[in-house]
Design a protein around this ligand. Structure first.
Ligand code: FES
Length: 209
């Protein structure tokens, strides 16, 4: 009798245990699902969010200031000596969009403008041109051969911004891109780096003086 009850109770007990085990297993599975799902979502957000931020970052804004309008005309310049001129340069960097004063030296060469940066290619000082009373004069440096002089470490450059072989400056002054607006004024863009052997390579458009 007792054995019979036992034999009847065992399956019931085993069934309960199985149900409990299943319940525990299901709970664990759910728990793991939640953990793995949460981890995956977190990692996904970590990867995707910088891309979203980047997409709206100002560095990706369309730059209205790629070229800055000046009041110069091509006829303001000549092929004899650089002319020192200033302008408001529109700058779009990562977080700012603003106008900043800038100054450059401009000479014509082979029917194009060479708009030369004032920044020495050695360590970035502002070079001086051969200028007296606001007017360009014959080269004053290097025994009357060189037109630009850098006061920091003595680099000297000719009228096209090419450094002398003994100057610490490793390469010519950078050129600026330009284009001519419909009203004939010069618009200045970004800079172009030159080497001593490619100093006369100028990708800018020809001018009609
Ligand atoms: S920064 Fe011009 S020579 Fe050094």
């Amino acid at each position: 009798m007792d054995r019979g009850k036992e034999s009847q109770q065992q399956p019931e007990s085993a069934t309960r245990s199985s149900v409990n085990a299943n319940r525990k297993g299901l709970t664990r599975r759910q728990f793991l699902t939640y953990v793995l799902g949460g981890t995956g979502a977190f990692m996904g957000a970590t990867v995707v969010s910088p891309l979203i931020v980047s997409a709206f970052d100002p560095i990706h804004r369309g730059g209205s200031g790629s070229f800055s309008k000046t009041n110069w005309k091509v006829s303001d310049f000549n092929d004899k000596l650089p002319t020192h001129v200033t302008f408001q340069q529109h700058i779009d960097d990562a977080w700012n969009s603003q106008d900043k004063p800038n100054d450059v030296y401009v000479i014509t060469y082979q029917s194009k403008l060479m708009i030369m940066s004032h920044t020495c290619t050695h360590l970035g000082c502002h070079v001086n041109g051969s200028i007296q009373n606001g007017k360009s004069v014959a080269p004053e440096y290097g025994g009357g051969k060189e037109w630009f002089f850098c006061p920091c470490h003595g680099s000297q450059y000719n009228i096209y911004g090419v450094p002398t072989p003994t100057s610490p400056a490793p390469r010519p002054l950078d050129l600026y891109e330009y284009k001519i607006d419909t009203d004939g004024s010069v618009m200045v863009g970004g800079t172009i780096s030159r080497t001593n052997s490619t100093w006369d390579v100028n990708p800018n458009p020809p001018i009609q003086a």
